[in-house]
Design a protein. Structure first.
Length: 275
């Protein structure tokens, strides 16, 4: 696929997807969504990739400023919502669990951790994208908003499901009902972001963090743990324990279990087999 609104780079087992419409503050379009899903599909299928990082083009001074204003105007003119995507759009993460088979929820079906490196404002669908990542690290000075209230929209793309699970119901109600702008310091206090970094050190920190994941965590463990986390959000405790026990019996037979034990005993880095 020709990339017009994104960039893609693989370096040392880390795939970086950059949202790149700098003249529009990396605003989201159907074309960007199409490219983004296609790139996730490539990264998820590539055995050389262990971690996926999503960030915004720094020239855009934003992570993602939300839906492109032209698209918003188009919705108003058509008097209907048009996602701007085709029926044959890539479906990364689909097929793992029916609960993950929808826009943005597909992140939960990916086999690899997704880290949002939030290097500037994230609004509307930009906030959605960050929320469906597994980990979020943000640059000092970043600001956030759900944004939908000002357009007479509902909470978008499952934010009403995912946000309470990240920050709790009280904070989520504040952010969703008011659509107010909140700061990166508030985001850290609420638990929306894992850490706030100086703007110039964000990518360096995220890259180092991703490299540690790639080095120290077996690919199968990363995949199954990620799927457990999101499946267990809607399971009862007993079902979660039973599923974990079944996985343990299955995964202990994989060569990476023996390799992990040997590497630990020999105080060396593990040499993981292919996923």
């Amino acid at each position: 696929m020709e990339l017009k609104t994104t960039r893609y780079e693989i370096c040392d087992r880390i795939a970086t997807i950059t949202l790149s419409r700098p003249m529009r503050r990396n605003a989201w379009t159907g074309r960007m969504h199409t490219e983004y899903r296609w790139l996730l599909l490539q990264a998820n299928a590539d055995p050389s990739v262990r971690v996926i990082v999503v960030t915004g083009d720094p020239a855009g001074n934003a992570f993602c400023a939300g839906a492109d204003l032209g698209a918003l105007e188009g919705h108003a003119e058509k008097r209907r919502y048009d996602a701007g995507i085709a029926e044959d759009i890539a479906r990364p993460g689909y097929g793992v669990d029916p609960a993950f088979d929808a826009s943005f929820a597909y992140h939960f079906g990916l086999d690899k951790p997704v880290i949002a490196a939030i290097n500037g404002p994230a609004a509307g669908v930009g906030l959605v994208l960050a929320a469906f990542a597994d980990l979020r690290f943000a640059a000092a000075g970043a600001k956030f908003t759900t944004a939908h209230g000002r357009f007479n929209f509902p909470a978008e793309f499952g934010l009403s499901w995912v946000l309470p699970r990240i920050v709790g119901l009280t904070h989520a109600n504040d952010l969703l009902l008011s659509s107010r702008v909140f700061t990166v310091e508030e985001a850290l206090t609420m638990g929306f972001v894992n850490k706030v970094l100086p703007a110039g050190g964000l990518i360096e920190y995220v890259t180092a963090y991703a490299a540690r994941l790639a080095d120290s965590v077996a690919p199968g463990s990363a995949r199954e743990t990620k799927h457990q986390i999101y499946r267990d959000l809607t399971r009862d405790a007993a079902s979660a324990v039973e599923a974990a026990e079944a996985l343990l019996e299955e995964m202990i037979r994989h060569p990476d279990y023996g390799e992990g034990v040997k590497a630990w005993m020999q105080k060396r880095a593990a040499r993981w087999a292919s996923p």
